[in-house]
Ligand binder design. Structure first.
Ligand SMILES: Cc1ncc(COP(=O)(O)O)c(C=O)c1O
Length: 434
């Protein structure tokens, strides 16, 4: 590539980024379960001078001078997160969820130790498998048995795996998660073996913040890791939570000086704003996310689409998952939906072979972003109808796309967030009125 080619490619990229709102944010119905939108205030704070700065270490104990404001903001993030998640200890320095998981593995295990985690088809994230971060730590990974019918962990089978494998750590939480995992019960099974419990809340952190999903720390997890940008609608980043000081000291050491040096400071002001928003509006937001997911799931089911978890009310989270073999597979269904500007992802289902990744059986949908944009039950029913007309009635994608754009036209403001003007009022309310 010569310089001229590079410049012309860069021009295209710049133009695309400038039109970004139109690209995904406005002109498509985004149902990717791992994405979300920050509030205008959180977003406005991202391009700050913090992008150019360094702050190794902890607030008020840095390797570099000149970081006073960074100390204040990071400390505020820690205090707010501690309040939102009822956690004694918080670390906001991991720059992603996968890195937060790696920090847990480095802190709480040694090479050769045994980890039990969910397989990828059963919903486990790649970072918790031997091909990912867990493997980087040299862990031997065994799968947590999964009940396909109930779409949850098979406790009886797990008890016998724990007895045989005597794991050092069990990782709960998942990328495909319809129902809360039985943390309390698993803690009981694991306790006699001294096994620690780690809960990866990357997907459900916003629901935990809103108090509508399980509270993993309260139910017995020793440590919680997460991303900060899925159901929790903050800037892209990671977070760690725990209640035990000795354990958390190890986790913090794994983060710094272990895995992170400068921790991408520009996201911190946006994180503080999002935490405050979740203190103020988290319950209302998370409640509507789950209501929307349940409504969408039921409507798709009523249209004859094979939605998982039917006998358990379809879902307790932001996710709706359907089996798409009769629609040409998950990959084919997702591609057809994209032709009408409905964006979802194909997904392995618990009974799929890992190698089926390009056309797995499932489609995963998340309601957190459309809820953030103000959609409610009525719109979920419309979305289900559009999907049915596209996938089952085989109407032309162009025709459905027009209706998608009509639907989107009424939903272009981010909700459940602080008005910039009311920021100070919001801070005061969050701290003194709750
Ligand atoms: C359960 C789970 N853990 C961890 C991650 C990784 O998070 P990140 O993309 O922030 O590294 C994901 C990503 O989707 C996930 O689903």
């Amino acid at each position: 590539m010569d310089l001229e080619e590079a410049l012309s490619e860069l021009k295209v990229i710049v133009e695309t980024v400038q039109k970004q709102e139109e690209w995904r944010g406005r002109s498509t119905l985004n149902l990717i379960a791992s994405e979300n939108k920050m509030s205008p205030l959180a977003r406005a704070l991202l391009p700050s001078d913090f992008n150019h700065r360094y702050a190794e270490g902890e607030p008020y104990d840095r390797e570099y001078q000149g970081g006073g404001l960074i100390d204040l903001i990071e400390d505020l993030c820690i205090k707010l997160a501690s309040r939102v998640f009822n956690a004694n200890f918080v670390d906001v320095r991991p720059i992603s969820g996968a890195l937060a998981n790696l920090a847990v593995f480095f802190a709480l295990t040694k090479p050769g130790d045994v980890l039990l985690s969910l397989s990828i088809p059963a919903g486990g994230h790649i970072s918790c498998g031997e091909v990912g971060a867990a493997g980087c730590r040299g862990l031997k990974v065994y799968s947590i048995p999964f009940n396909h019918e109930d779409m949850n962990i098979d406790l009886e089978a797990l008890a016998s795996v724990v007895e045989k494998a005597k794991p050092n750590l069990i990782t709960l939480g998942a990328s495909l998660i319809l129902f809360p995992h039985p943390v309390k019960e698993i803690r009981k099974i694991a306790e006699p073996y001294g096994t620690l419990i780690h809960y990866d809340a990357a997907h459900v952190l916003g629901l935990v913040a809103g108090g509508v999903f399980q509270d993993p720390l309260k139910e017995g997890a020793d440590v919680v890791s997460s991303s900060t940008h899925k159901t929790f609608p903050g800037p892209q980043g990671g977070m760690l939570l725990a209640n035990d000081e000795t354990l958390f000291r190890k986790v913090k050491k794994a983060v710094f000086p272990g895995l992170v040096s400068n921790h991408h400071l520009a996201r911190l002001p946006s994180l503080a704003v999002t935490l405050l928003e979740m203190l103020l509006y988290g319950k209302e937001y998370a409640t509507q996310i789950v209501r929307n997911a349940k409504t969408l799931a039921k409507a798709l089911h009523d249209y004859g689409i094979n939605v998982l978890g039917a006998h358990r009310g379809f879902t307790e989270s932001h996710q709706v998952v359907f089996e798409a073999s009769k629609l040409g597979g998950g990959g084919e269904a997702a591609r057809r939906l994209e032709e009408a500007d409905i964006i979802v992802n194909r997904n392995l289902l618990p009974w799929d072979a890992v190698g089926k990744v390009h056309n797995p059986s499932g489609v995963r949908i998340g309601t957190q972003e459309v809820t953030r944009m103000g959609m409610k039950e009525r719109e979920m029913e419309t979305i289900a109808e559009l999907m049915w007309r596209l996938l089952i009635k085989r109407e032309e994608p162009e025709r459905i796309k027009e209706e998608v754009h009509k639907l989107l036209a009424d939903f272009n403001t981010v909700r459940y967030c602080i008005d910039g003007q009311d920021f100070v009022k919001g801070v005061l309310k969050a701290f003194f009125e709750r």
